[in-house]
Ligand binder design. Structure first.
Ligand code: PLP
Length: 399
C-alpha cells in the first residue's frame, strides 16, 4: 500500500509552493507585470559570466562521456580538489578532497547527512525561524525535530532556550547563517558560544553532538559583514553547502558535504555519508556542473545588485511603518505582521497581488518572508501596492 507519511508530504505542499502556484494562476489572469511575486528564493541575479562561458567552452572542447558521463559516486576528483583548494585559500584550512562528497544541492546534502547519522529516538535541534524542509528531512530519518526559539528582536541564538532544548538525546544541531528566512548572520560571539555549549554537552553526555551548518548563502552578505567559518569554532562541524545561490544555479542541483578530519569518527561519518547517498539514490551529482566548478568555484554573483534590492525594499517598508529585521545576508526580508495572524496578513496582501509568505511553517508565527531576489524594477513597481497594504493597517502600524 501507499506510504501514508509520504502521501501526506505530497498532499500538504509547502505554503511557499502554494503561493508560487497561486501567482502563476494570477499572472495568467491579469498579466505577469501586475503580480508581485516575492514567494520563492529563485535568484534573479545572473550567474557570473564565467559560468556560462565555461559551459560553452566545455561543450566545444570535451567529449560526451566527459561532459555527461557518471563521475565517481562521491564526485569528480578534480572538482573536489578545486573546491577544497578554494576553501583552504579563503579560510586558512587544510581540507583534502577526501573530506568532500558532491551532492545535488543543499537539500540533498542535508538529507544525506541526517540519514547517515540519525535514527529513531535521536533529537536534532533547529533554531527558529528555520527552513521548513529541515523538519521533513529530520522526521523521515525517524529522529525528532526540536525547535529552539531565537531572540524575538534580533533573531540571534537565545542560549537560555538552547540550553533547555539540548539533552541526552540530542545528536545534532542545525545552524543556517546567513539565515533563510530572516537574513540574519549569527555573530562570531554567538557561534563561539554555541561551539562551547556543544563541547560541554558532548562531554557530559559521552557522545558527539554534531553541528550541521547549512550554508547556501555563505557568500551573500552585505556591508562588509563576515560569516564565521564554523569549523573553526567547533570541532564536530559538518558543512552542507550549495552553489544554488552563490552562483545562481538552483536548477542545476549542485552542492557538497564537507566532513573535516577533526570530526569525531570522521572516517565512519564519511563512509555513512557515502552509504546514505547510495541508499537514497543520490550518488554522482550532475557531472557537467562538477566540471564547471572545477573552473568557477570561489566566484559569486553580483552582490551589489542584491544589496541594491535589499536597500530598496528594506528602506521603503520601514518608511511605511513596517517592522523589519535588518538583513545582513541572504536575500530575504523578514517582516513583523501588523496583526497576530500572519496568514491573514498574507491573504490581505494577495488582494494587492503581493505574494509574501507567512512564516508559521518557519516556526515563527507573526512574521512574513519577502524573497527580494527578483527584478529590481518589480520591487519598485510593487511599492504602491505595499503602500495600499500599509493603509489597511494604519492603526496597527502606529503602535
Ligand atoms: N537550506 C536553505 C536554508 C535554503 O534556503 C535552501 C533553498 O532555498 C536549501 C537549503 C536547499 O538548497 P538547494 O537548492 O541547494 O537544494
Amino acid at each position: 500500500m501507499i506510504n501514508e507519511k509520504m502521501k501526506n508530504y505530497g498532499n500538504n505542499r509547502s505554503v511557499i509552493r502554494d503561493l508560487f502556484e497561486f501567482g502563476n494562476q494570477r499572472k495568467a489572469e491579469i498579466g505577469a507585470e501586475n503580480v508581485f511575486d516575492f514567494s520563492l528564493g529563485n535568484p534573479n541575479v545572473a550567474a557570473p559570466a564565467d559560468v556560462n562561458a565555461t559551459i560553452i567552452d566545455l561543450l566545444n572542447t570535451k567529449d560526451d562521456i566527459y561532459l555527461h558521463g557518471y563521475t565517481s559516486a562521491q564526485g569528480d576528483a578534480n572538482c573536489r580538489e578545486a573546491i577544497v583548494n578554494d576553501l583552504n585559500k579563503r579560510f586558512s584550512t587544510s581540507f583534502r578532497k577526501e573530506n568532500l562528497y558532491m551532492t545535488c544541492g543543499a537539500a540533498a546534502s542535508l538529507k544525506i547527512i541526517l540519514s547517515a547519522l540519525y535514527t529513531e529516538g535521536d533529537e536534532v535541534v533547529v533554531f527558529t525561524p528555520y527552513f521548513p524542509e529541515y523538519r521533513v528531512f529530520i522526521e523521515t530519518t525517524g529522529a525528532k525535530c526540536v525547535e529552539s526559539a531565537c531572540d524575538p528582536d534580533t533573531l540571534q541564538i537565545d542560549f537560555d532556550i538552547l540550553s533547555e532544548a539540548v539533552n541526552e538525546k540530542t545528536k545534532a544541531v542545525i545552524v543556517n547563517s546567513p539565515n533563510n528566512p530572516s537574513g540574519v548572520v549569527y555573530t562570531e560571539e554567538n557561534i563561539a558560544k554555541l561551539g562551547k555549549l556543544l563541547e560541554e554537552r558532548s562531554a557530559e553526555y559521552g557522545h558527539a553532538i554534531y553541528l550541521i551548518t547549512d550554508e547556501p548563502y555563505r557568500e551573500l552578505v552585505y556591508d562588509g559583514i563576515t560569516v564565521p567559518f564554523v569549523t573553526k569554532y567547533y570541532r564536530d562541524t559538518v558543512v552542507c553547502y550549495s552553489f544554488s545561490k552563490s552562483l545562481a544555479l538552483p536548477g542545476e542541483r549542485i552542492g557538497y558535504i564537507l566532513v573535516p578530519d577533526e570530526v569525531t569518527d570522521a572516517k565512519d561519518v564519511y563512509a555513512a555519508v557515502c552509504g546514505a547517498g547510495r541508499a537514497l539514490g543520490y550518488v554522482c551529482a550532475p557531472s557537467l556542473m562538477q566540471h564547471v566548478l572545477e573552473r568557477c568555484t570561489g566566484q559569486v554573483s553580483d552582490l551589489d545588485e542584491y544589496k541594491e534590492k535589499r536597500d530598496l525594499i528594506y528602506n521603503a517598508l520601514t518608511n511605511m511603518g513596517f517592522t523589519c529585521i535588518h538583513p545582513d545576508g541572504a536575500f530575504y526580508l523578514f517582516v513583523k505582521s501588523p496583526i497576530a495572524d500572519a496568514k491573514e496578513f498574507s491573504n490581505k496582501a494577495k488582494e494587492f497581488n503581493l505574494l509574501i509568505v507567512p512564516a508559521d511553517s518557519f516556526g515563527t508565527p507573526g512574521f512574513v518572508r519577502i524573497a527580494y531576489c527578483v527584478a529590481t524594477d518589480m520591487i519598485r513597481r510593487s511599492l504602491p501596492a505595499f503602500e495600499k497594504l500599509a493603509e489597511c493597517y494604519a492603526e496597527e502600524l502606529k503602535k
